[in-house]
Ligand binder design. Structure first.
Ligand code: NAP
Length: 288
């Protein structure tokens, strides 16, 4: 890649950022689409988000992604915020404007595009959402706005499930999210569910863990969608498949949240061919 005086810089702020796959997404897109752009991770220490955002703007940085643990904290440092990101309460993408950055949430739309690409529907579905953290909040919002019939939001800490349910039900005007404690999964009404795994349980290196281990639970699922992509196949996915369900990991969500950010920064549309090429490259990281 040729770097010269016209090269645009984008990047990622978070802590830690050492193992991020985002540079692969954006630098591959820039190369394939012929854009003068480089993407670099920037580790930001606790308490330094305002300086990092102001400094990035002063350095003419075109756009930033934001990852754990700053997706909510960064909101205070923005010039403007997209309505959806405000409703979700989390920002993962900053787009440069004259006076500062405008914040967006591309995680939710990224998951939606990932599910569409796998043929997994939300509309009319009975959904079990595991987790009530930052990612699960965006998923709850997605399910409520895309017409899920019911979403049972199961979390270890019941208070957090209640808070997310009240917020999402309130903002979308639909009483679709039903909070529950994870250990009460045996009280779920009978039927076949789409389960979305949004906790951090099962994430490498803890590859032998699943948030619910009971095999009877997996008999209730027709599909399991894990937001985790490392390991490539989580225990949650393995158990889902062993009971006859379809299972997907979170790599396509990562891919599409990145693609949407790239589209916002460069005012372009990424083609299906370019998206597929980036996906194959990302996948290659797990197949070695
Ligand atoms: P977070 O805000 O820290 O939330 C963590 C969630 O996991 C909470 O619901 C927490 O429950 C639950 N949890 C943690 N340890 C648990 C345990 N031992 N038993 C039961 N529940 C436990 O994290 P996040 O940002 O939402 O991320 C969650 C997962 O999604 C991560 O694995 C992350 O890698 C993945 N993710 C993927 C993408 C993607 O692009 N594919 C994007 C974002 C996130 P409590 O509330 O009870 O603590």
């Amino acid at each position: 890649m040729k770097i010269d005086g016209k090269t645009n810089v984008c990047g990622l702020i978070g802590n830690p950022v050492e193992h991020t796959l985002s540079p692969m997404i954006h630098n591959t897109l820039a190369e394939r689409m012929g854009h003068h752009l480089v993407y670099v991770p920037f580790p930001v220490e606790e308490g330094k988000v305002p300086q990092a955002v102001a400094g990035a703007h002063a350095l003419n940085i075109l756009g930033l992604n934001v990852t754990v643990p700053y997706k909510s904290e960064v909101i205070e440092s923005l010039q403007d915020i997209d309505t959806l990101a405000r409703d979700i309460g989390a920002v993962n993408t900053l787009v440069r404007t004259d006076g500062g950055y405008k914040g967006y949430n591309t995680d939710m739309e990224g998951l939606y595009r990932a599910m569409l690409s796998e043929g997994v529907a939300i509309e009319g579905e009975q959904i079990i959402l595991l987790g009530a953290g930052g990612a699960a909040r965006a998923v709850a919002y997605l399910c409520a706005t895309k017409g899920a019939d019911k979403v049972y939001l199961l979390n270890r800490t019941f208070d957090k499930a209640q808070t997310v349910a009240a917020e999402v039900n309130g903002r979308t005007g639909r009483k679709v999210i039903i909070p529950m404690c994870t250990k009460d999964y045996t009280k779920l009404p009978g039927g076949k569910y789409l389960a979305i795994q949004g906790t951090s349980v099962g994430l490498a290196p803890n590859v032998n863990d699943a948030v619910i281990e009971d095999r009877a639970f997996y008999e209730m699922l027709h599909t399991g969608f894990d937001l985790i992509y490392s390991p490539w196949e989580t225990k949650f996915m393995r158990l889902t498949k062993e009971h006859g369900g379809q299972a997907y990991n979170g790599l396509k969500m990562l891919l599409y949240q990145g693609i949407i950010a790239y589209e916002l920064w460069n005012d372009v549309q990424v083609s299906k061919e370019d998206a597929q090429a980036v996906y194959e490259k990302l996948k290659g990281q797990f197949m070695q």
